[in-house]
Design a binder for this molecule. Structure first.
Ligand SMILES: Cc1ncc(COP(=O)(O)O)c(C=O)c1O
Length: 460
């Protein structure tokens, strides 16, 4: 890891599958196992050498955390205990820890706790919140939208998704939202794009007309789905206005906060999420800005009973008799067997603390603001917009879309930098996600020099 941190090796070594497997020789392991002949050490070396180095300062590509040691420890503990804890008796400690973590997330949003921990009952008269952890944001978005469908069309569980349901979504919603619409039987054609600015940030003033149009065509609006923040641009949708509209109109508001909900931890940054408490459901990845290892995502709901009505099944053989003492998460999640995901966040919080995590997030966000200024000041480059998170898009002014893609691939092949790309406002952009506090302005200066050299053809 130290070598990665120093940046003296390649951030990624991309070779074809055959070359890697020829070197590793899986057959020799599969048939005879590993003996005391040095092959295991060799395998570990090969595996590490061909793994993407997230601790490398040149790693700026995807929204995956440099994992907190607490979370890595949780993985080890979970791997040894193997408590598939969806049903309480299969992992009571893991179940109780998940309750604590969900209550913590609900509190950050501004919602009452679940009431499953009798030491933390919701205040009198307040509806308990609800939540469950899933293996990742993609499954979490599907779960939340299934809850929205159950609220609009409870008949859909038995009778299939009615043809009149539509989903209003940001045009730059994560692809998992489109997948969810397809899987839920709505079809991606049932997604109506919410009017937005050129960056894909929704214009809440356009919601009323869109809902009216949908209703006049005989459609039922199942949910409005917005970003906090958008994957491509890192921009936050205006949650307050969207929330007020949805509450007045009686429409389910889903906030995809997979990436950006972690900003709730920081007193100033949480302004970007102001109004989130008006949502009906929020998805929040812990393996992005909270720094846990992959994967663990909170599906949080303002009214806990909605999640309880989502999966309309009685599976008495697995759940009967547990409700008095424990919690059977299987009743409100897809997974039948689930890893003890809550322990990752619990131990991450235990190691770094809430204020420590908030400080990490602020470090990355302010680094991104400085890098934005740095890139904007270089003549050859154009930046998409002021960043609102740790995601930033820029491009070489002189080049077309194909050149941006070629440069990204060349950088990856050379191994010094790993970037991603995004298509926004009709153009292709190089995309930085600054996850590593070791990335600094010097790294960025070297990156920009390397891009210019590659564009001018002086480096291959
Ligand atoms: C906004 C948003 N939603 C959902 C997801 C999917 O999350 P996961 O990769 O955990 O499945 C992502 C991932 O990048 C995302 O950025």
């Amino acid at each position: 890891m130290e070598i990665s941190r120093q940046g003296t090796t390649s951030v990624v070594r991309l070779e074809d599958v055959e070359t890697f497997l020829r070197r590793v020789d899986p057959g020799s392991f599969f048939s005879a196992g590993v003996g005391n002949d040095g092959r295991f050490e060799c395998l570990v070396r090969q595996f590490l050498a061909s793994s993407t180095r997230l601790h490398h300062p040149g790693y700026m590509a995807h929204q995956v955390a440099l994992p907190n040691y607490g979370s890595a420890l949780a993985d080890l503990i979970s791997g040894v205990l193997n408590n598939g804890m969806s049903v309480y008796e299969m992992g009571p400690a893991a179940g109780a820890i998940e309750v604590a973590v969900i209550d913590w997330m609900l509190d950050k949003i501004g919602w009452p706790p679940t009431g499953r921990n009798r030491d933390q009952e919701p205040a009198a008269g307040r509806t308990p919140g609800g939540g469950v952890l899933t293996h990742g944001g993609t499954l979490a978005n599907l779960t939340a939208l299934l809850a929205a469908r159950a609220a609009s069309a409870p008949e859909a569980w038995a009778g299939g998704t009615p043809r009149d349901l539509v989903l209003l979504a940001s045009p730059v919603a994560h692809y998992s939202i489109f997948r969810a619409a397809a899987i839920l039987g709505l079809g991606t054609g049932a997604i109506l794009p919410i009017p937005s600015d050129r960056f894909g940030r929704i214009l809440p003033a356009g919601l009323a007309a869109l809902v009216q149009r949908a209703r006049s065509e005989g459609c039922r609006v199942m949910a409005v789905c917005v970003n906090a923040c958008a994957t491509a641009t890192g921009l936050f949708d205006p949650l307050q206005a969207a929330g007020e509209f949805c509450r007045e109109s009686g429409i389910w508001l889903h906030v995809d906060g997979a990436h950006g909900a972690s900003a709730l931890l920081h007193p100033a940054l949480r302004q970007r999420l102001s109004g989130i408490e008006l949502a009906d459901s929020v998805v929040w990845d812990t393996h992005k800005l909270l720094g846990t290892s992959a994967l663990a995502t909170g599906v949080l709901v303002r009214d806990g009973s909605t999640l309880g009505r989502t999966f309309q099944q009685e599976a008495a053989y697995v759940t009967e008799g547990q409700r008095d003492t424990g919690v059977d998460f299987i009743e409100s999640q897809f997974e039948c067997t689930k890893a003890p995901l809550g322990l990752k966040l619990f131990l991450t919080l235990a190691v770094t603390g809430e204020t420590g995590l908030a400080a990490n997030i602020e470090t990355l966000f302010s680094l991104t603001r400085r890098v934005h200024g740095q890139i904007a000041s270089r003549n050859g480059f154009e930046v998409l917009c002021e960043p609102e998170s740790n995601i930033l898009c820029f491009r070489l002014r002189s080049g077309d879309d194909a050149l941006q893609t070629r440069i990204r691939k060349d950088l990856m092949r050379r191994g010094e930098f790993l970037l991603s790309q995004a298509d926004v406002d009709g153009q292709r952009w190089l995309r930085l996600t600054l996850m590593n506090p070791l990335t600094d302005e010097t790294t960025i200066e070297r990156l920009l020099d390397a891009i210019e050299a590659l564009a001018s053809g002086s480096q291959g």
